[in-house]
Design a protein around this ligand. Structure first.
Ligand code: 5GP
Ligand code: ZN
Length: 113
């Protein structure tokens, strides 16, 4: 989609700090790091949110998540990690290209509630 910032990131029109990439999936550091290593995992194919996510796209994205989580674990040594996914404006979604947040956790004072 031409006016989608995450499509532009996938296409390289907007720079990003790549964490992982395969044929279907792209992962990159969130520009606003809620904790160190905060990463977004997205399908390369544009899709608005969970309600419109084709099953095959869901499979591709979720298949990649454990490997990305372990790469983050190895790189940043968190003691835990939250997955977060917002769907719809009222649920806190601000970019309307499906994405999963991977939020590494470092203890109770790591800044994420
Ligand atoms: P949402 O609120 O939709 O669940 O999450 C959108 C996320 O995208 C936010 O955490 C925000 O910081 C991140 N974000 C927005 N624009 C950019 C960008 O241009 N580059 C990167 N790396 N992250 C972005
Ligand atoms: Zn998009």
């Amino acid at each position: 989609m031409s006016d989608c910032i995450f499509c532009k990131i996938v296409n390289g029109e907007i720079p990003s700090a790549k964490v992982f990439e395969n044929e279907h999936v792209y992962a990159f550091l969130d520009i606003s790091q809620v904790t160190k290593g905060h990463t977004l995992v997205i399908p390369k194919q544009h899709c608005k949110n969970l309600f419109e996510l084709p099953e095959e796209t869901a499979r591709n994205v979720f298949e990649a998540v454990p490997g990305i989580a372990n790469a983050i674990k190895n790189a940043f040594q968190p003691i835990g990690l939250n997955l977060l996914n917002n769907n719809g404006e009222h649920a806190g979604q601000s970019v309307f290209h499906f994405h999963i947040h991977l939020i590494p956790r470092y203890g109770k004072d790591d800044g994420f509630r």
